[in-house]
Design a protein around this ligand. Sequence first.
Ligand SMILES: C[S@@+](CC[C@H](N)C(=O)[O-])C[C@H]1O[C@@H](n2cnc3c(N)ncnc32)[C@H](O)[C@@H]1O
Length: 392
Amino acid sequence: MIPLSLPDPSDEARRHSDVLTAHILKDIQDAGGTIPFSRFMELALYAPGLGYYSAGSTKFGPAGDFVTAPELGPLFARCMAQAGVRVASKLNEAWDWVELGGGSGAMAEHALRHLHELGRLPDRYLILEPSADLRARQQERLKARLPADLFARLGWLDGVPEHPWRGVLFANEVLDALPITRFQVRDGQVWEECVRWNENRFERFERPAIDMLTRAVRAIEKARNAAFPAGYRSEVLLQLPWWLKAVTASLERGLALFVDYGYNRREYYLADRRDGTLICHYRHRAHNQPFHWPGLTDISSFVDFSHVAESAHLAGLDLAGYCSQANFLLANGLEQELTNSSLDERATRVRNEEVRKLTLPGEMGERFKVMGLQRGVDASSLFAFGDMSARL
Ligand SMILES: C[S@@+](CC[C@H](N)C(=O)[O-])C[C@H]1O[C@@H](n2cnc3c(N)ncnc32)[C@H](O)[C@@H]1O
């Protein structure tokens, strides 16, 4: 799946992509000729100063490559803030908000403003952003747009929170951006997809899977009650249990909310989905060619939410709920937002368009899911509409 007409990058962008390509090539040579696809994805997205998220281009919004829910307008963040306040009211004590992967800073801006309006500001709104470039952009935007007292609540983390804390951990479209392992099943064996350099370009290449990957794939086959058909290709996020445990380890009481495109395991590994769920974005065109313009192309994959729920259990978290984004927003304040009659005609049109994009099944409403993982608090009422936990 590659669109016929991908716009050409500028000369400067091409040069940037060439530098990253040389960097990845050196990594391949140092590794003896091949690297796992997950390593390729890690470098393509996060190589310091060069990767898609680490370097300086605009990624989010109309001028970038894709639009995320907080970029559409304030509604998504306002509903998430309302959900956060419901959790905070159960905690009955000082609380913090920790956002993973802050993107352009839009989520923090709108969430903080609304938390202020609701009179329930967290003590601290902390952002864990691995990309130095995005962190600088977030700081610049939030300093320029927020009143000083709100900006003063913000802080940036260099790693996962170390000290015990209470509150809300929030991540929109972060799980889909974690480097994923790709596999293929053929000849009764599991193969890992790797990347090598051949005739001046990257190409994929399979090698027999390491034990850990083979075991993970066989466990998926067991869960779906059927072996994968010959030639089946897909992905698995091998590091998820450790990653989730690390990011939630110091959350003493509260809720972790993950929003992303994804399915339960049965849907994720449907026999017909023979080429997996990898999806790349370049200037608002979606395709599945991860080697296309390294550093200029976003690479992501859908999330297996059954795997997230299992990993949560191993990390000592309970499942609070799992539903579509549309249902979560409706259960957490979207209807009240719609009754806001202080908007003029134009602003009402803009708001309605935002609601459509956030909730319609053909837009983000059904493809995106929200999963809540709780510790020491009962947040199941946030999933009052259409909880699909039983289908995980
Ligand atoms: C698709 S963007 C989403 C950005 C933002 N949440 C939004 O919705 O607009 C993915 C974000 O996740 C960040 N990210 C990647 N790996 C991460 C990790 N291990 N911990 C925290 N953030 C991470 C990226 O740097 C980037 O900001």
